[in-house]
Ligand binder design. Structure first.
Ligand code: XUL
Ligand code: MN
Length: 343
């Protein structure tokens, strides 16, 4: 049984800003976050391309040299790099989409960011490229063709797979926000697109709890779907209170039973045995103070580990008997009692 190893990104320790107001916490330098990640027991760091190399105006050699320094910093703290994700939603070129932008020059910009991510990932020692397809869809439904957008995505995936022949794409599906209508909002969409590429074996998934909830789906089932197909290459655990803006709450705080079932499906299927990490894509509430601003990460990891203990206590003989007699009321109460510490 592989031991679960945890990871997070620098964006998971943020100032607390949101649409209605600026944050109240101070910015923490990247080096300090990395040191703290190691201290709280994480094993790897997740990156957007500009988390690793913030200056987009650097030439290729300067970019790679900068990435080498980042790799040295990770090595110093005994951390690996899990993945690099092109940030295809911040720049004005990505106003209207990345790979599915309406203007050719904007689509080319997105492909450049993807190639840049591949190069940075290579220096950081990872073959994983995460694509959160933030703006791949429409704000105005009539502004783009869904058929063309789907083909754009296949072309973009092919571009990445041929640019770096050892790279793997992990699509992180999300049905909306910031885009109104995503063209590839679920695990099924992502894998269907992957199946049309030059190398479907190098297209898999990063399933995020909140994104599954936003799609009206069950996160544990999404993870199980990906596991059954050998496609669960990362997870972003967090929590989400129903269908509203993406909340990135600490793991388990909204729906503990759901969180239990996510840990259960990962444990039962030996998630991690091929080096996969448990990503904690959580954000502290904006009210949280500077002096305890890693608490959400510490709590999410602890919740996972406590739920793992519960999973290990799960009585499969009892479950089998309940299934045989179709006494699901009994099984359900057993799970609630397990979670409440009664048995
Ligand atoms: C957005 C989200 C991102 C991705 C990485 O909802 O989850 O942080 O995980 O690009
Ligand atoms: Mn995420």
């Amino acid at each position: 049984m592989a031991k679960f190893r945890f990871t997070a990104g620098p964006w998971n320790v943020h100032e607390g800003n949101e649409t209605f107001g600026p944050g109240n916490r101070k910015s923490i330098p990247f080096e300090e976050k990395v040191a703290k990640f190691a201290e709280i027991g994480l094993s790897a760091v997740q990156f957007h391309d500009d988390d690793a190399v913030p200056d987009l105006s650097l030439n290729e050699k300067q970019t790679l040299d900068y990435a080498k320094d980042v790799k040295a910093l990770l090595d110093k703290h005994g951390l690996a790099a899990e993945f690099v994700a092109p940030r295809l939603w911040f720049d004005y070129h990505t106003n209207d989409g990345g790979f599915t932008a309406s203007l050719k020059e904007d689509r080319e910009y997105a492909l450049w960011r993807a190639r840049r991510s591949c190069d940075i990932a290579k220096v950081l020692g990872t073959d994983k490229i995460v694509l959160w397809l933030a703006r791949e869809g429409t704000l105005c439904a009539e502004s783009k063709s869904p058929v063309e957008m789907t083909r754009n995505l296949i072309d973009a995936f092919n571009h990445i797979l041929t640019y770096r022949e050892d790279a793997r794409i992990l699509v992180e599906p999300k049905p909306n926000e910031p885009i109104d209508r995503s063209i590839s909002g679920t695990a099924g969409h992502a894998l269907a697109i992957g199946a049309q590429t030059v190398d479907p074996s190098r297209v898999g998934l990063c399933i995020e709890t909140a994104h599954s909830v936003l799609a009206g789906l069950d996160p544990a089932n999404d993870m199980g779907f990906a596991l059954a197909l050998g496609k669960l290459w990362s997870v972003h655990l967090n929590d989400q209170n129903g269908c509203r803006y993406d909340q990135d709450k600490s793991f388990g705080v909204e729906n503990l039973r759901n969180a239990f079932n996510q840990v259960k499906v990962l444990y039962e299927n030996n998630y991690g045995e091929n080096g996969e990490y448990v990503g904690l894509d959580v954000k502290a509430m904006r009210t949280q103070k500077d002096d305890d601003c890693y608490r959400h990460l510490i709590n999410s990891k602890r919740t996972f580990e406590l739920l793992l203990e519960k999973v290990k206590k799960f009585d499969y003989e009892f479950q089998k008997e309940c299934v045989r007699t179709q006494n699901f009321e009994k099984l359900e109460m057993y799970v609630l009692e397990l979670l409440m510490g009664v048995n």
